[in-house]
Structures are given as C-alpha cells and as structure tokens.
Design a protein around this ligand. Structure first.
Ligand code: PLP
Length: 366
C-alpha cells in the first residue's frame, strides 16, 4: 500500500551530488567554495549563547534583511530570507504556480526546477537552449505562448557558466507576462570588471525575483541560507502566507550576518576562485577538453575528441582515483563533465589524474 499522491509516486526526486565522508576525496562535484567561510563566522559561532535557542528566532530575519538591503542599495522590504536558495525556488512555485498551470525554463538548467514543478503538479515548458547555451530568440514568446505563470532563468547559467547581460534580463522581465525568477546562485563569481548588477531591475519590473544564496560566494552551503530580492508587493504573499512561519533559525541568522558583514573576506575568495577557475580552464584546454567560458565557480567541458573514453567513463576513472566531478546522464549533458574549480592544489591533482587517464587511453588505442 502506497500513501503517496499519484504524481509523487510517478516522479523522480532530486539527484544529489555525492557527499563522501572521506575528507581526502578531492570534491569538485557540487560547486562548493573551496575556501572556508570568513573567520567572523567561527567567532560568532564561538560566542553564540545556546540559551538564546529557548525562544523562537526573529520571524523575518530582520537583521540580515537590513544588512543585505544596505549592501545592495535596496530597502529591507525588498529582501526575503529563505532556507537556502532551494527554499526560494520552492516558494516561487507554491506562491505563483497553480497546480496544472505552466512553469517555463531553458533546458538544461538546475535540475531541481523540474522536481519542484512536479511536486507542485504543474506542467513544464522546457525550452531548449541555443548551441552556445544562451536562451533562444523565441524564449519569451514560448513562455508566453504556454501561458507560463513562472519562468526561471539561471544566470550565470548552470551548468554551463555562461552569463546573460543585464539588458537581456531586462528584456525578458519586460516581455514575459508571468513571474520571472532569475536564479543568481553563482553571481558572486562574475568578473567585477563586467560591472554586472541586476538588482536595479526589481524596481523596474514588478514581476521579477532575483534569487541569491550564501552557499557559494560566502562558503556556507552547510548553513542553508538564501534570499530573494523583489518588489515588496511580489514578496508579500511569500512573507505572509507560503513560507514557514520561522523559516530561518537563530544560529543561521547570526552566522549569516557575520559572513555577510565581512564581504571583503568573501570577495577575496571570489577573486581566488576566479583565478583558480581560469587556470583550470587553461589546463583542461591544454589536454583537449572543450567548453564554454564560465563566469561561475565551475566549468562544463567535453572530453578531447581523440580520447576513446566518454565523459561517463572519465567520471568513473576519476572517482576511482578519489576525485569527484559531476556527470549528468541526460541528453544534452551526457557527453560532458561539470567540474567545480577547487584550490590550485586540488585542480593540479585533477589535471594530473586526467593526464594519466589520457595516456592510458592513448596507449590502449595504439
Ligand atoms: C543554479 C542553482 N540555483 C540554486 C541553488 C540552491 O542553492 P542553495 O539551496 O544551496 O542555496 C543551486 C545549488 O547548487 C544552484 O546550482
């Protein structure tokens, strides 16, 4: 006897990247920041008074909202705290998409979108991305044609790392008729020389949400802290109806404030991650791996054309050598690997392992 709703029984859940217990595994599979969070986080943790847990936490994470608003040039009413970026996504579905209504996305994107759409019982308008991983010219027309209540665009894009500029995002928010969520999980890693900043758009478009997380840029994936930016009217039903009444605990609020206050430290990790990513991209290209230029902390690459091993086999061989990268068994991504930029030392181990795998592969072909 199964008690699940039929739609839940039929669907597949989210496929997590492996989380090994062994600390010696070189973990380049889930786009975590390879550097620890700010020392201010450890200090706040050491000073935390456990007795304060007796009470419920501030219901709307006011201190963090004030901090984020001040840093982003927004008002606290334009910031809504969520339990990780993932809760922000779930709340967008729960709040804006009726069961049976349509959700639109570029394909491929973050695979959780489809899972959440199925949980909500909505239909999915999956719009294939162009060969260069950008959105196709008819993206908005297709979302509108399908009468999408919610459209998600991940920018910079996951899993390719490709960045759409702010004018393109404004064009999408202006043309798409339903709610548009721009998932900026990786935006902290964008090259500052590009001056990319989409926050002003939330004041121009009352249908636009931006999703942020402390998981990547602030090295706090384990804390589960994210936030949405949007017009207060758009955030209001989430704040007052669909989110859990205390959706962020006191400890997380305290540590998130400590991390966000020390933005200078976080910025120093973004800079180190960018240079490690670029060095890794050069190293991979020298071995014959090909992929788009990335504005994130990861790279999507196809194996050299003269290797007999496919992406899946390379993933397996790396795993056997204690190095985890990500392989997705899906049509557009099956021939590629997504590799998180690690520390320079981790990246060297990866490149060394790939060189070894390539040599064995070539010898086997001779
Ligand atoms: C594209 C994208 N959006 C959102 C998230 C959610 O991140 P979190 O729930 O850790 O804040 C992730 C996590 O990997 C992601 O890759």
């Amino acid at each position: 006897m199964s008690y699940e709703r039929q739609s839940i029984r039929r669907m597949e859940g989210y496929g997590y990247g492996e989380q090994p217990d062994d600390p010696d595994v070189v973990k380049l599979n889930t786009n975590e920041n390879p550097y620890p969070p700010s020392p201010a986080v450890a200090a706040a943790l050491a000073q935390f008074d456990a007795a304060a847990l007796r009470r419920y936490p501030p219901a709307e994470s006011e201190a963090f909202r004030r901090l984020a608003a001040a840093q982003l040039g927004l008002a606290p009413a334009e910031v809504l705290v969520t339990h990780g970026g993932d809760e922000g996504l779930r709340l967008a579905f729960t709040t804006f998409v009726d069961p049976g209504a349509v959700f639109a996305m570029g394909y491929p994107s973050y695979s959780l979108y489809e899972v959440l759409a199925r949980v909500q019982g909505c239909r999915i308008e999956s719009i294939p991305l162009a060969d260069d991983w950008s959105l196709p010219a008819d993206f908005c027309a297709r979302a509108n044609g399908a009468d999408a209540s919610l459209t998600c665009v991940v920018n910079p894009h996951a899993p390719s790392g490709v960045l759409l500029d702010v004018d393109t995002l404004a064009g999408i928010a202006g043309e798409v008729e339903g709610v548009v969520l721009i998932d900026e999980a990786y935006v902290d890693f964008v090259d500052p020389a590009l001056g990319h900043d989409a926050t002003r758009l939330i004041r121009e478009f009352d249908n636009l949400l931006l999703l942020r997380t402390l998981s990547k840029g602030y090295s706090l994936a384990g804390l589960r802290f994210g936030f949405l930016l949007g017009n207060p009217g758009l955030l209001e039903p989430i704040a007052t109806k669909t989110r859990d009444s205390y959706n962020q605990d006191l400890l997380a609020q305290t540590l998130a404030c400590a991390a966000y206050t020390d933005e200078q430290y976080a910025r120093s990790t973004w800079c180190r991650v960018r240079s490690a990513r670029d060095a890794l991209a050069s190293g991979l290209a020298a071995l014959g791996f090909r992929g788009p230029a990335s504005q994130t902390n990861f790279l999507l690459v196809a194996p050299p054309s003269n290797w007999s091993l496919d992406a899946r086999a390379i993933y397996e061989q790396l795993k056997a050598r204690g190095i985890l990268v990500r392989h997705f068994d899906t049509p557009r991504l099956g021939g590629m690997l997504r590799i998180t930029a690690g520390t320079p030392e981790q990246n060297s181990l990866l490149l060394e392992a790939l060189r070894g795998i390539g040599e064995v592969d070539h010898a086997a072909q001779e």
